[in-house]
Design a protein around this ligand. Sequence first.
Ligand SMILES: [Zn+2]
Length: 124
Amino acid sequence: MRCDLCGAMIPAGSEIHSLVADSASVHGHDPSLDGSRILTACSVGHLADLQHNYRQKPFINAELWASKIALALQQHPDGLSTPQLAAATGLNTLQIERAIDWQREHRQSEHDPAPPPTQPADRE
Ligand SMILES: [Zn+2]
């Protein structure tokens, strides 16, 4: 496994993990983990830096809802009506509307935020 901060390969068994709030993160199989992200770091110092970065990032409910909707729609390529979408995501109609509005405002031209760089760290 690689460090989420520096990208260094971590010997098996010595990774350090932590759970942080992240409204951009949804899990397909365990909705109770939606809105949280598992961090992996090579050292206590890098884990602290990663935790700091995520704590600076605002938690946006509409972003989390938009991610849940995107995930549900990926699983239903033929499309879903709003009530079907509500059933698939556990959101209500108002939350779905807010998520779609949020996405229109924030994701029109920008790409999804890229994960931290994970180039091999053996080139200095
Ligand atoms: Zn590291």
